[in-house]
Write a protein that binds this ligand. Sequence first.
Ligand SMILES: [Zn+2]
Length: 224
Amino acid sequence: MVRSPLRLSHRQVEEFLRSRRQWIADRLAEATDARSVIPPLPGAGFVHHRGQVISWDGTAAALERWQRTEALAVFGAHLERLLPALGVAQVRYHSLAVRKMRRRWGSCSANGKITLNEYLIRVPDACSEAVVAHEIAHLVYMDHGPRFHALVRQILPNYEEADQVLNGWTAMLKDLSPSTNNGARGPVEHHVLWFDSDQDALAQSSSKALVNADAIISGVRPSM
Ligand SMILES: [Zn+2]
């Protein structure tokens, strides 16, 4: 049922509805996408990994360790693949770290340290790749202006599409344990990539390190 002021004719109401129909259809499609993008877990012992549902019969701690290792490997590979698109600006890159965050997918500090949410290992690779593209573009532009977006599209032409899918996965973060936080200092796996001028290639190593999380910026969707 649609309530309308009495003075609006039946025809006017129909015209209004027709003009709004596409808008309503678009909003419904978006809502449906957001619900269906995350494949449901059949029950305990299943977990999301790189956009798929996998079974896991180990402990939660072992799962966490394994996914963190996978996160460093997968995100490190995204970085190595995308960083050359920055040209000389790639030397501004300092290091990659992963940590659990509830309100951010990633961040990039002014001194070139990129921190990614380790839960990104649960979303499809195309989505974690989009976050990497986003963060390395911050090595050049620290804002979200038009030049920043042009650079992101240059680094990753399908960025918008992957970012839309990532939006649908945001709901996953809301279901996580409240003990996970952004601001705490804590041990994280630290993955370092640097430009090796002797070999003219990106080299890498891993170590344990302490990272200081940046200020929390919360919003409707996780920031990055
Ligand atoms: Zn950003």
